[in-house]
Design a binder for this molecule. Structure first.
Ligand SMILES: [Zn+2]
Length: 169
């Protein structure tokens, strides 16, 4: 179970293929590699996912919604943790995989918004987007009846309400 645009973004991140500012500086494209989220550190893949305070706060909130209580890890450890805890396609492994890919996608999108549009969403708004995408995928899964997590039901409830609002407007 995956969302193609999220899976592609995660695939690029796993291969270190995103053009982060450290790479663009080294290539002579930029004059600065300061983090787009204004934390004062250098922007690299490892910094964005999830050492920078802003993405880290998003990721920790998403982890909390998946009933995972821990701090964010170094990127390589995060990937290793996810690989070890998301075997198979049944819930809750599917929830963790979807949430991980959606978080990487939405943080990268927000980084680009900062760089190119000079605007930034509140972290809660980004977490809500992640939840909406994950719920939207899970609700279309035929195994949804087997899903027991309260959080997922809450997310699906929000998803249905938003869809109903969109239809009634
Ligand atoms: Zn930063």
């Amino acid at each position: 179970m995956r969302i193609p645009k999220h899976a592609l973004c995660l695939w690029l991140a796993l291969r270190g293929a995103h053009k982060t500012k450290d790479k663009l500086l080294a290539a002579g494209v930029l004059h600065s590699d300061l983090c787009a989220f204004n934390c004062g550190e250098r922007e690299s893949l490892e910094h964005l996912f999830f050492q920078c305070p802003f993405p880290a706060s998003i990721w920790m909130e998403v982890l909390g919604k998946c009933n995972i209580s821990r701090t964010s890890l170094l990127w390589s450890d995060e990937v290793q943790w996810m690989t070890g805890h998301t075997k198979g396609n049944r819930y809750p492994a599917s929830l963790k995989k979807l949430a991980f890919a959606a978080s990487v996608y939405d943080i990268w999108l927000e980084r680009n918004r900062c760089c190119f549009k000079n605007s930034l969403l509140h972290s809660h708004e980004i977490v809500r987007k992640v939840g909406f995408d994950v719920a939207g995928k899970l609700i279309n899964c035929k195994n949804i009846i087997k899903v027991k997590g309260i959080i997922v039901y809450v997310l699906i409830g929000a998803y249905r309400k938003r869809k109903q609002r969109a239809v009634s407007v």
